[in-house]
Design a protein around this ligand. Sequence first.
Ligand SMILES: Nc1ncnc2c1ncn2[C@@H]1O[C@H](COP(=O)(O)OP(=O)(O)OP(=O)(O)O)[C@@H](O)[C@H]1O
Length: 394
Amino acid sequence: MPLGTLVTMIRFDGVTKSYASAANSGSVAVDDLTLEAPTGQITVLVGPSGCGKTTTLRMVNRMITPTSGTISINGTDTASLDTAELRRGIGYVIQHAGLFPHRTVLDNVTTVPRLLGTDKATARRRAMELIERVGLDPSMAKRYPAQLSGGQQQRVGVARALAADPPVMLMDEPFSAVDPVVREQLQNEFLRLQGELGKTILFVTHDIDEAVKLGDQVAVLRVGGRLAQLAPPETLLADPVDDFVAGFVGRDRGYRALAFADAPELELRRETTVRLGASVDDVRSAGDDWVLAVGDDGEPLGWVRVAAVEREVTRDLLQRGGTVATSDGSLRALLDAALSSPSGRGVVADPDGRLLGTITASEVVPVIEARQRGAARVIATGPTGIRHVDGGTT
Ligand SMILES: Nc1ncnc2c1ncn2[C@@H]1O[C@H](COP(=O)(O)OP(=O)(O)OP(=O)(O)O)[C@@H](O)[C@H]1O
């Protein structure tokens, strides 16, 4: 066919996979699955262990052959294609990256393009571009997989899968084997990359938080390989079809759903700010228990408890526990900033990271309630969408 770049929708039509066994008539891993993974979007398959996620994914590149039903890409039944040709259009990323241990990072990334006939110099140049694009330092290219951290290996795995520029990507728990901080970085960079590349992606995870963060749509599977619900993440959280889905998406789904509510135009409090080195008199003149320290570019550095300052504001007095929300972020980020702030005032920055002001949880909650009542605009705004109150200095 070669998988076209214009339309790369993946379609499952009544797909079943059962494993015959001597002991019984066979166990069903995937049961009559019908779903569409739209072009240029991320479709996440999520569900408890053994619900058939990996089997579903591997039937797309025919590592597993369906017992019945059809899987088509661009309207062409994949069963009618030569498997080598089919796989050429499909990138595949797995947990632990699955890198070739005896090849360098560069050789890992160039392997598939070289097999496909790309000349060495071109393959290397593209590989170096990709290595940087997934957030790795070019100096890593000469290393072997064992000389990289788990997160770095996953990045190489993503770069390798992208190397032949396939329109379709299959990703099986690609970020599960790394710690939560690295995982979040990988997720964010993956979303950034997908924003540039627009691949048609099927992504498997057992983690509902990852599913709702990454998916344009999320397919929840139940054990026995049946589709329980296919919906955009907002819908899944707000309107689970049954108790199984409700239980799977979790009890705090109301809070999670806030991640999809854009922070609205806000009234922010102006904060009195101090720089590192500010004297105890400067700090006390703010007339508050807490002052916010900012850096040279106006970026928030951390809160300082006024009573803790003996002579001047030093780095070790900064409390960095609070998260910083951005004015173009979500209501969840805003509420989290307020709840995690030692001063009780959530720090809000502009997209470039400069302080705009602060807001408290008791100011965010009415905005959330208004949203739930369906009120479109709750607060009058200035031209920037940010209105300052309290008249202090920033
Ligand atoms: N080769 C096989 N032979 C027999 N049964 C199999 C085989 N491969 C998978 N299964 C069964 O099919 C079902 C689905 O397995 P699959 O690996 O697709 O689930 P999964 O949702 O990806 O699970 P996990 O989240 O634990 O990786 C399971 O019950 C599993 O035991």
